[in-house]
Ligand binder design. Structure first.
Ligand code: 5RP
Length: 245
């Protein structure tokens, strides 16, 4: 078989839509684009779609506008940046409060394990992303294949904090064993700050998510284990593969 193999880690792992025997040396952006286009399969007529944030999602929004715009009644967006791109394409963006639960949410990730538990928040939109994921029946995660990892934590874990709690939370995160950095000159769409925790090995994602979320001053932590993805579409050199937990 051509291309780089993806290790299934024992999860339900199926070749999906566009895999070929042909090996192409693709860039990470090309792989993201492939995964993004594969997610169009989940867009059904008349849907109000939840839309995440990031470069992979930007490919998805562009593909959506080009190929399936007529299917989409409106979108709920997880960031100002995604809202701008959606509206540029003439896709109406609604407030989550004005719609019921969403049938589908499409978003990227910084890392995923075999259970589709994720690290998210590289773009700083983790809190709104978590809210939309919680309100959605199906969370389709799109990424290039390098995002699938054995243990979460090589990517620095983002934590959104209320500004006055920044030092307090940094001290508490340091006790967990990580090296904490403050994402300076960055303010979230909610007016808060981001701390990034380096060098963690997150062996129990749900436990760590629950623990950090309980601290006063934390808005949300970028572990998505309580609400993992339902399907992960991974773009690779031989096409797109899907992983379900
Ligand atoms: C933004 C996110 C993104 O989904 C994540 O950072 C992946 O980004 P990209 O698609 O650019 O690799 O969580 O908050």
């Amino acid at each position: 078989m051509g291309g780089q193999e993806i290790i299934p880690f024992g999860s339900s792992f199926t070749t999906y839509v566009t895999t070929t025997n042909e090996t192409k040396n693709m860039t990470s952006d090309e792989k993201k684009k492939l995964a993004a286009e594969a997610a169009l399969e989940f867009v059904t007529p008349g849907c109000i779609i939840g839309v995440g944030t990031g470069s992979t999602v930007n490919y998805f929004i562009n593909a959506l506008a080009e190929k399936k715009k007529s299917h989409v009644e409106a979108a709920v967006s997880s960031s100002k940046a995604s809202t701008v791109l959606l509206e540029k394409h003439g896709i109406q963006v609604l407030d989550l409060n004005s719609v019921g639960n969403l049938s589908i949410y499409v978003d990227g990730a910084d890392e995923s394990n075999k259970y589709l538990q994720l690290i998210k928040g590289g773009g700083g939109a983790l809190t709104r992303e978590k809210i939309i994921a919680a309100a959605s029946e199906k969370f389709v995660c799109i990424a290039d294949q390098s995002k699938l990892v054995g243990v979460l934590g090589e990517f620095p874990l983002p934590v959104e904090v209320i500004p006055m709690a920044r030092s307090l939370i940094a001290r508490k995160l340091t006790i967990l064993g990580g090296k904490v950095t403050w994402r300076e000159n960055f303010v979230t769409d909610n007016g808060n700050l981001i701390l990034d925790v380096h060098n963690l090995k997150i062996m129990e994602p749900l436990k760590m998510e629950t623990q950090i979320n309980q601290w006063a001053g934390v808005v949300s932590v970028g572990i998505f284990a309580d609400r993992p993805a339902d399907i992960l579409l991974l773009g690779g050199d031989n096409g797109v593969n899907s992983v379900t937990a």
